[in-house]
Design a protein around this ligand. Structure first.
Ligand SMILES: N[C@@H](CCC(=O)N[C@@H](CS)C(=O)NCC(=O)O)C(=O)O
Length: 207
């Protein structure tokens, strides 16, 4: 049984959305997102840097529960263990290489400047906020949004016609971009964003 420790609107949306797409059982445990709780030894034992989400998999039998942080790693684990080859191309294929490329792009390249914009708004209010950093991160995030829009000019989903978990990885990043890009999502991305947000599994994950 999978349990996702989650704060609404944060990266736990990714494993929840995936479980909904795969129609596998899971439960959600709400997490107190205050800095105090995230700094507590109780939470640091679950996530050593005090972030969300965390995934627990009760493996049963003699096995200890598996505890994981990093939402992209959770998505890959759930797919590999419970996905029955769904929502990802065959491992080692060129298609899988592109699936990995876009999944990593979503978190390592596109979400990173967006995360800094969020942090400067939330953690460093007032005079501690460095406006030059926010401006630079806006430009970096906008460049990633444009790159994604260029890629999506003739595609339904990031790998072509078929929806995959790379779309889930990108979908959460687009949620952030939609909220925090100062000029909003580029027109080239909007049809893709609308296709993602119209999926019932996405809607369940954000409800
Ligand atoms: N790469 C990590 C990022 C986790 C992350 O930044 N989570 C955010 C919420 S979406 C958070 O906990 N932020 C609080 C903080 O950075 O202090 C993942 O994908 O799980």
């Amino acid at each position: 049984m999978l349990t996702i420790y989650h704060v609404p609107g944060t990266r736990g949306v990714r494993p929840i959305w995936l479980c909904e797409e795969l129609q596998i059982p899971y439960s959600v445990v709400p997490v107190d997102f205050t800095p105090e709780f995230r700094a507590s030894s109780e939470w640091r034992a679950m996530n050593p840097v005090g972030k969300v989400p965390v995934l627990r998999d009760e493996l049963g039998g003699e096995s200890e529960d598996l505890l994981m942080f990093e939402s992209g790693a959770m998505v890959q684990y759930i797919l590999d263990r419970y996905g029955n080859s769904r929502l990802q191309p065959a491992t080692g294929s060129p298609e899988h290489a592109l699936y990995l490329q876009w999944s990593w792009f979503a978190e390592a390249t596109f979400a990173r400047p967006l995360g800094e914009i969020v942090n400067h708004g939330r953690e460093f209010p007032g005079e501690q906020r460095i406006d030059a950093v926010v401006t630079e991160m806006q430009a970096r995030a906008a460049l990633s949004a444009k790159a994604l829009g260029d890629e999506m000019s003739d595609k339904t989903f990031i790998l072509g016609e078929t929806f995959s978990a790379a779309d889930i990885m990108l979908g959460y990043t687009l949620m952030l971009a939609d909220r925090f890009l100062s000029n909003g999502l580029p027109d080239s991305v909007i049809p893709y964003w609308q296709r993602l947000t119209s999926r019932p599994a996405y809607q369940k994950a954000v409800s």
